[in-house]
Design a protein around this ligand. Structure first.
Ligand code: UD1
Ligand code: MG
Length: 466
């Protein structure tokens, strides 16, 4: 028999007052992605047919985010909760779009670390009865407590504010995640009132109603309590971030990545790696980073959407963004690779060298203090300290091309568009404004200082509107 379709209801209507933020709580990030994104990923892994997001405060921002960024494959349904009258009321907003034969799981948008593998047994139990995800805490203050009878069967949940001192001593708590057959849940929701300390419609009252109906209530235990921690303020957000980062670092170490200190590594995206990759302290990786075998990243580097070939070394304090390098390259310390920097094998880019939108051929070197912007550098080229590609005339960008084997002396300005020929040598201190032929020495130093008072900067060529 094929299982009934699974519908996930994600509660995300809370204002998140304690974040003290203009941004809706569920859009605050963990590991570089909104908390809601993590919850949606878990829902997707569970095989949800549809995910119903119950939104309220800041709902437009949440929807705008989801429309742009949420996984395309997910079928999302939005249920607006105008007034927050409690968790049962929130769930009720989504129910009209859910068929009676479905299985429902209720998730919280502000519990980002929960694993699909933890929720799978909850969903399985929720196909036939009411399943509640519980855990046991040292300090259960603030949570709903699980009530059991003498035989150990779950008979109810009591909220902190409504609990007797004896009930408050119980340490098994309700995580908030529940699963149940949709038809049953609908019937229970219609019977839940708001006669309690908060005057809210409590979803947790479904437990006692299920017991009264003779429906089995199963408490599924979450082994790792940290997975089901909610985020209400910035302290808890930072705590969730640490847990998440540690989880990622642990998985990477198990897969063979070496960290100088796994507690001092931040991954806000995905890291693909080969064997014997080593990462020193204080690095931040964002987007998609791919490091081939034997890559070594020095301390305090930032890598965003970067691909590095085998044996490439990035020294301390380098910032690399939307760029790539082949095998055996040496980058940094203090190098800056900007979008479109494509370094070949064995290329050296040293301290205070900035490369943007330039292809650099095998074995070429720019070891100190240079700006390489918009162009192409061949193989075996040596670029001296202080070399600048003058790519920008104040309005337009132009390209600099340096052919294989050329040598650019220190403090050279290459005023683009310009080309330096194969095996050419440009003497130090030259300002090159015309193409340099292959081979030989080209030297261009001003004999005397001149001034042109009526010179005018070029103006930007107006592009026709598409
Ligand atoms: C709830 C549970 C409690 C459990 C705890 C776990 C109830 C009655 N209590 O308590 O047993 O231990 O979570 O964290 O369910 N929300 C809405 N609309 C509403 C009310 C809430 O979308 O009208 C959302 C909130 O944004 C939040 C979640 O539901 O994501 C839980 O609501 P919250 O008010 O924090 O419930 P708790 O009092 O913490
Ligand atoms: Mg709460």
């Amino acid at each position: 028999m094929t299982p009934t379709p699974l519908h996930c209801i994600v509660l995300a209507a809370g204002q998140g007052t304690r974040m003290k933020s203009a941004r809706p709580k569920v859009l605050h990030g963990v590991g570089g992605r909104p908390m809601l994104a993590h919850v949606l990923t878990a829902a997707q892994k569970l095989g949800a047919a549809t995910v119903h997001v119950v939104y309220g405060h800041g709902g437009n921002a949440v929807r705008a985010w989801a429309e742009a960024e949420a996984p395309q494959a997910l079928s999302l349904h939005w249920a607006h909760q105008a007034e927050q009258l409690g968790t049962a009321h929130a769930v009720q907003q989504a129910m009209p779009a859910i068929p009676d034969d479905a299985t429902v799981i209720v998730m919280y948008g502000d519990v980002p670390l929960v694993r699909a593998s933890t929720l799978t047994p909850l969903v399985d139990a929720g196909r036939t009865g009411l399943a509640v995800l519980t855990t046991t805490l040292e300090d259960p203050a603030g949570y709903g407590r699980i009530l059991r009878d003498d035989t150990g069967a779950v008979i109810g949940i009591v909220e902190q504010r409504d609990a007797t001192p004896e009930q408050q001593a119980l340490r098994e708590i309700n995580t908030g995640f529940i699963a149940a057959p949709a038809g049953r849940l609908r019937a229970w929701l219609s019977k839940i009132g708001n006669d309690n300390a908060k005057g809210e419609y409590y979803l947790t009252d479904a437990v006692a109603l299920a017991v009264a109906d003779g429906v089995r209530v199963e408490a599924v235990q979450a082994a790792d309590a940290s997975e089901v921690e909610g985020v209400n303020d910035r302290l808890q957000l930072a705590h969730a971030e640490r847990l998440f980062q540690r989880r990622q670092a642990d998985a990477l170490m198990r897969a063979g990545v070496q960290f100088a200190d796994p507690a001092r590594f931040e991954l806000r995206g995905a890291l693909n790696h080969g064997r014997d990759v080593m990462i020193d302290v204080g690095c931040v990786f964002e987007g998609d980073v791919t490091l081939d075998d034997d890559v070594r990243i020095g301390p305090h580097c930032v890598l965003r959407d970067v691909t590095l070939g085998p044996g490439t070394v990035v020294e301390a304090h380098s910032v690399l963004e939307h760029c790539s390098a082949g095998a055996g390259a040496r980058i940094g310390p203090f190098a800056r690779l900007r979008p479109g920097a494509a370094l070949g094998d064995d290329v050296h880019v040293g301290n205070f060298v900035e490369v943007k939108n330039v292809t650099v051929g095998t074995g070429s070197k720019a070891n100190h203090l240079a700006y390489l912007g918009d162009g192409e550098v061949g193989a075996g080229v040596n670029i001296g300290a202080g070399t600048i590609f003058c790519n920008y005339d104040g309005a337009n960008k132009h390209r600099t091309v340096i052919d294989d084997g050329a040598f650019i002396g220190s403090d050279t300005q290459l005023v683009a568009p310009v080309r330096v020929g194969r095996d050419a040598t440009v003497a130090a201190g030259s300002t090159i404004t015309k193409d340099v032929p292959d081979g030989g020495l080209t030297l261009c130093r001003a004999r005397e200082q001149k001034h042109y008072p009526n010179w005018q900067r070029p103006t930007k060529a107006k592009r026709p509107k598409p």
